[in-house]
Design a protein around this ligand. Structure first.
Ligand SMILES: NC(=O)c1ccc[n+]([C@@H]2O[C@H](COP(=O)([O-])OP(=O)(O)OC[C@H]3O[C@@H](n4cnc5c(N)ncnc54)[C@H](O)[C@@H]3O)[C@@H](O)[C@H]2O)c1
Length: 244
């Protein structure tokens, strides 16, 4: 029986790569996104039969509805991987940021991973199965940025990662990755000057291809490869802020 990996933000730049690489590794994919279901299926058609279920229209800004949206999927005994990848970065700096933007980022970037991780841990414990949770944070959650809601939510996700690792039981590993800049729709509006500046400050000399981050997700998802890693926070920045 194939193992199931549930990936959030599956329609996004990194999410799609995560789905593809986990499908290549033999997982059946359950894809969640805000994008409407038919469009999500279309977006993930490269997965072929590895796409177990596409659940679109799931709005993480309303965390109380997330479990409901999973419907009959939850009791599935083969749910062994959860990737909390969905994320949003909106709004202004300290003095002009709105509470609405703050709440949106907290809900999508932090509360939704909590809700899903809780459901995952319960399912794993009740059915005595091994599982791996991978949380996608950001470099901003470690070094900070002039984006209070985004920085706080991504730093919070690192704290949540460690709390889950401590409490979910010996069968569940929970780790986080913090990428630096990645080439995805989230960064598509960066101008050439911004990109050049980031590349110049990155020892690897370029912005990450999301596939490179997805490879790390696959490593953390695989109990054969990362069996003694839990509560770990993996720097995937290309060395972007070393020495600063
Ligand atoms: N792109 C970067 O440079 C970068 C750097 C560090 C961390 N990250 C993180 O990587 C993750 C993936 O980002 P990406 O770069 O692929 O961005 P993306 O915008 O391409 O993908 C984000 C996904 O999250 C989904 N999403 C947004 N709001 C949602 C909501 N309310 N409910 C449900 N789903 C929602 C979107 O539909 C989208 O599919 C995010 O957590 C992001 O914060 C990105």
């Amino acid at each position: 029986m194939k193992q199931i990996a549930l990936v959030t933000g599956a329609a996004g730049g990194l999410g799609k790569q995560i789905c593809e690489i986990l499908a290549e590794k033999g997982f059946q994919i359950v894809a969640l996104d805000l994008m409407e279901t038919n469009a999500l299926k279309q977006n993930l058609k490269s997965l072929g039969d590895s796409l177990e279920l596409a659940i679109g229209g799931v709005d993480f800004s309303k965390p109380e509805t997330i479990i409901e949206s999973l419907g009959s999927f939850l009791p599935n005994k083969e749910w062994t991987v959860l990737v909390n990848n969905a994320g949003v970065s909106v709004g202004g700096k300290l003095l002009d940021g709105s509470l609405a933007h703050w709440n949106l980022m907290m809900n999508v970037n932090l509360t939704a991973p909590f809700v899903l991780s809780q459901a995952f841990a319960k399912n794993s414990q009740e059915n005595n199965i091994k599982g791996s949770i991978v949380n996608i944070s950001s470099m901003v959650g470690v070094i900070g940025a002039k984006k209070p809601g985004y920085a706080a939510s991504k730093a919070g996700l690192l704290g949540l990662t460690k709390a889950i690792a401590m409490q979910a039981g010996p069968n569940i590993r929970c780790n986080a990755i913090y990428p630096g800049a990645m080439d995805t729709p989230m960064t598509a509006d960066w101008d050439a000057e911004t990109r050049k500046k980031i590349e110049a400050g990155t020892p690897i000399g370029r912005i990450a291809d999301p596939r490179e981050i997805a490879q790390i997700v696959a490593f953390l998802a695989d109990d054969q490869q990362s069996s003694y890693l839990t509560g770990a926070v993996i720097n995937a920045t290309g060395g972007q802020y070393l020495g600063q």
